[in-house]
Write a protein that binds this ligand. Structure first.
Ligand code: ADP
Ligand code: MG
Length: 394
C-alpha cells in the first residue's frame, strides 16, 4: 500500500504536487476540465490543512522550449473558479520566480508553476532539474496518474530528493486497478477493442490468466476473426498477428476462458461517415468492404455476457465510434455495461471518451483518468512514478 497525504504531516509545509493538468484548450480557455476536477480532492485537502500548495504540471508537447500556446494561465484561471480561491500563476517552474512566489506564500495558499515541459530536462529526467524543483518544497505528492508511466523529472526524479507520497487521485486509480486485477468479483469479463491487436498484446496476455471471459470487438477483432478463417475484405487487419491471435485463443481454451468474437459487423466501402454501409455476418465481409463496427446481434451477445458479470474491465472501442454511423456498437455496449450491475472499470483514453459520449460515465464504478498509464498498469508493468512513492509499513 502506498503512503498517501493522510499519512504525513502537511500543515505549514511547502508541498509540491505533481498534477495532470494536460487539458485541451480552445481559444485560450480550458475546453474540458475533467482532469482539473480530478485533482481537486488533493488540492482542497492540502488547502484545508494549511499546507502551502505548489502545483506543477505539463501541458501538450512544447518540445523542451517556451511555447506561448502551452502556458498554464488558462488552467490557473479555471482552477481558481473551481476552488473559489486565488491561484498564483508563476511564469517559470524553477529558479528565481518560483522561489520568490513560494517565499511569499501563507499557509493555505496555492501556486501554479509554469509548464515543466518548457525545459528539455523534464522529459530527460535530469537530476539537477529535479533537484531544483525539489528545492521549492518539503514534501512531494504525486497525483498525476496519467503521467505516472513516464519517468520524468517531475514524476520520478523529484521523489529522490523529497519524502514522496500519493495524492488521492493516484491512490484511487492504483487501488481500483489493483483490485480489479488481483481480487475481481467473478465472473470477471474483459471487454477489449480498439484498432490493433499489437497495441493490446500486453494487456491480453496479462488478463488471460485472470479473467473468465474475453469479449473482443473493434479493429482488433478482425485479426481474431481472420485467424478463425473468416474473410475480412478490406478491413484493418494485422497479418503478422494471426498466429498470435490463434495462440491467444488456444491458451484461453486451456485456461477455460470463454472468448467471444463478433457474430455480425457493420461494413462500409470506406472509413468515411457518408460511405455506403450494411450489416453482414462476421464470417462474410465482402471483398472491397471493411468492418467498422460490431453489429446489433453482437451488441446483444456482449450485453448478455456483461449482465452476468461481477466485474468488467473495458478497454478499446468496438468500432470507429468517432464517426456517427459506426458508433452504435460502442455506445450500445457502453449502455449495456451501465445497466449490468457489474463493477465496471474503464481504461484507455478513447474508451473513456466513448463512455462520456454515451452519457454513462457516472454509472461506471471507475473511469480511469490515465490513458497510457492505465494500459501499462493493466499490462502488469510497474509505473515509474508510482515505484518511487513511499510504501506504508505492514
Ligand atoms: P483506447 O485509447 O481506449 O486505449 P484505442 O486507442 O486502442 O483505445 O482504440 C481506439 C481507436 O480504435 C479509435 O480511434 C477507433 O476508431 C479505432 N477502431 C475501433 N474499431 C476499429 C475498426 N473496426 N477499424 C479501424 N479502427 C477501429
Ligand atoms: Mg487511444
Amino acid at each position: 500500500m502506498l503512503k498517501t497525504l493522510r499519512d504525513v504531516e502537511v500543515a505549514g509545509k511547502r508541498v509540491l504536487v505533481r498534477v495532470d493538468f494536460n487539458v485541451p484548450l480552445k481559444e485560450g480557455k480550458v475546453a474540458d476540465d475533467t482532469r482539473i476536477r480530478a485533482a481537486l480532492p488533493t488540492i482542497r485537502y492540502l488547502v484545508e490543512r494549511q499546507a502551502r500548495v505548489i502545483l506543477v504540471s505539463h501541458l501538450g508537447r512544447p518540445k523542451g522550449k517556451v511555447d506561448e500556446r502551452y502556458r498554464l494561465d488558462p488552467v490557473a484561471a479555471r482552477l481558481e473558479e473551481l476552488l473559489g480561491k486565488r491561484v498564483v500563476k508563476v511564469d517559470d517552474c524553477i529558479g528565481e520566480a518560483p522561489r520568490a512566489a513560494v517565499e511569499a506564500m501563507e499557509p493555505g495558499d496555492v501556486v501554479l508553476l509554469e509548464n515543466v515541459r518548457f525545459y528539455p530536462e523534464e522529459e530527460k529526467n535530469d537530476r539537477e532539474f529535479a533537484r531544483q524543483l525539489a528545492e521549492l518544497a518539503d514534501l512531494y505528492v504525486n497525483d498525476a496518474f496519467g503521467t505516472a508511466h513516464r519517468a520524468h523529472a517531475s514524476t520520478e526524479g523529484v521523489a529522490r530528493f523529497l519524502p514522496a507520497v500519493a495524492g488521492f487521485l493516484m491512490e484511487k486509480e492504483i487501488s481500483v486497478l489493483s483490485q480489479v486485477l488481483e481480487r475481481p468479483v467473478r465472473p470477471f469479463v474483459a471487454l477489449l477493442g480498439g484498432a490493433k491487436v499489437s497495441d493490446k498484446i500486453g494487456v491480453v496476455e496479462n488478463l488471460l490468466g485472470r479473467v473468465d471471459a474475453l469479449l473482443i470487438g473493434g479493429g482488433m477483432a478482425n485479426t481474431f476473426l481472420a485467424a478463425r478463417g473468416c474473410k475480412m475484405g478490406k478491413s484493418l487487419l494485422e497479418p503478422d498477428r494471426l498466429e498470435l491471435a490463434r495462440e491467444i485463443m488456444e491458451k484461453a481454451g486451456e485456461k477455460n476462458v470463454k472468448v467471444l468474437l463478433p457474430v455480425d459487423l457493420v461494413v462500409a466501402r470506406a472509413a468515411e461517415p457518408g460511405a455506403e454501409s450494411m450489416v453482414v455476418p462476421a464470417d462474410g465481409v465482402p471483398e472491397e468492404w471493411m468492418a467498422l463496427d460490431i453489429g446489433p446481434q453482437t451488441v446483444a451477445l456482449f450485453a448478455r455476457e456483461l449482465a452476468r458479470a461481477g466485474t468488467v474491465l473495458w478497454n478499446g472501442p468496438m468500432g470507429v465510434f468517432e464517426m456517427e454511423p459506426y458508433a452504435a456498437g460502442t455506445l450500445g455496449v457502453a449502455r449495456a455495461l451501465a445497466e449490468s450491475g457489474a463493477t465496471a472499470v474503464v481504461g484507455g483514453g478513447d474508451t473513456a471518451a466513448a463512455v462520456e459520449k454515451a452519457g454513462v460515465a457516472d454509472k461506471m464504478y471507475h473511469v480511469s483518468t490515465g490513458g497510457g498509464a492505465s494500459l501499462e498498469f493493466l499490462e502488469g508493468k510497474v509505473l515509474p512514478g508510482v515505484a518511487v512513492l513511499m510504501e506504508k509499513a505492514g
